[in-house]
Design a protein around this ligand. Structure first.
Ligand code: TRP
Length: 335
């Protein structure tokens, strides 16, 4: 990446908390491959964040590798992006401790995610859940990024990161770049096939198309997709009256590039019995090469390990520079 200093830097973390699905793909990941043209991109699997809720160790270990394979299969090229695992770069934990001492109890208490998660996991309101945003601030500030692409639910975390950085800079001078949240060019917003009022989610697997689903499973899920109860069975776009049909049209349109008008014409007089499997078919063909590539990569553990190893090396190089500066500024004795 030397000689590309003019590119702005972007960094984002992804929780290896489950299998990727069509909503993740069409809504976000699909657009990431192109970003590397314009930005210097860092992505890491936030395994340290996942343990704020209890994890099965074997699952976490497996997901950390599988998810890397899936991202690469979606087009995230390890040659063009720095891909790494959070726990492989100790500077995250190290800076996190320091920043804990520059973050106020009160401001952490006000974080909506903490309030949500502590009400959901009443039996495990651990300190990590509380200081989660501090680790996230460390993740970000170590790399001095210009932008942090996040979804709506994570914006408050970027805000607190900016507050912490500003507080630190106001004491010690310009140590941290103040990052901006990056609101991605909106990908498609995909809803659950059985719950067209809610975003597609892995918690409702029957309405959720996973990237690793076999073609026959995808076909079945689309055949069972909720449309509506009107008897005309007519394919037209009306988000209010026909949310299920609108969702399917959106999926079809995003993949094929066809407009809603073209789709209405294509299925004019054909009914849902033809429309639903047709959407399933384009999804199957879109996901087939991704699944096959991910399956191939998962078998090539040596390659994935090497991606993680090289990613961690490149990441640590930048992260350690920031950490050394911080240690020096706060008065940790250097030898
Ligand atoms: N908290 C983010 C999420 O749940 C994941 C994350 C961890 C992250 N560290 C980050 C995102 C740093 C952006 C930057 O989605």
């Amino acid at each position: 990446m030397e000689g590309q200093e003019t590119k702005k830097r972007m960094l984002s973390g992804i929780q290896p908390s489950g299998d990727l699905h069509l909503g993740n793909y069409l809504g976000a990941i699909k657009n990431w491959a192109d970003r590397a043209e314009d930005y210097e991109c860092y992505y890491f699997m936030a395994d340290m964040h996942t343990i704020t809720v209890r994890q099965e160790p074997a699952d976490l270990r497996k997901r950390s590798l599988n998810q890397l394979a899936q991202y690469i299969a979606c087009g995230l090229d390890p040659e063009k992006n720095v891909l790494f695992l959070q726990s492989h770069v100790p500077a995250h934990a190290q800076l996190s401790w320091v920043l804990n001492c520059y973050t106020m109890f009160g401001e952490l208490s006000r974080m909506t995610q903490f309030k949500d998660k502590s009400s959901k996991h009443k039996d495990n309101i651990n300190a990590g859940l509380f200081t989660y945003p501090v680790l996230m601030a460390a993740d970000i500030l170590l790399y001095q990024p210009d932008y942090v692409p996040v979804g709506e639910d994570q914006k408050q975390h970027v805000e607190i990161t900016r507050d912490i950085a500003q507080r630190f800079n106001s004491i010690y001078g310009d140590v941290f770049k103040i990052p901006e949240p990056f609101i991605a060019k909106t990908g498609a917003r995909i809803y659950g096939l059985t719950t067209p009022g809610d975003k597609m989610s892995k918690s409702i697997p029957e309405g959720c198309v996973f990237l690793m689903d076999k073609p026959e499973d995808i076909a079945r899920k689309f055949k069972r997709a909720i449309t509506d109860s009107d008897s005309e069975h007519c394919v037209y776009f009306d988000r209010e009256k026909k949310p299920g049909v609108a969702n399917l049209m959106n999926i079809y349109s995003t993949i094929t590039g066809k407009t809603y008008e073209e789709i209405e014409k294509e299925f004019d007089g054909k009914g849902y019995g033809v429309f639903k499997p047709a959407v399933g078919e384009v999804v199957i063909e879109q996901l087939r090469p991704i699944r096959e590539e991910a399956e191939r990569l998962i078998k090539d553990k040596a390659y994935l390990n090497d991606v993680y190893l090289q990613g961690a090396e490149r990441a640590a190089y930048i992260a350690n520079k920031t950490l050394r500066k911080v240690y020096k500024k706060i008065g940790f004795y250097q030898i």
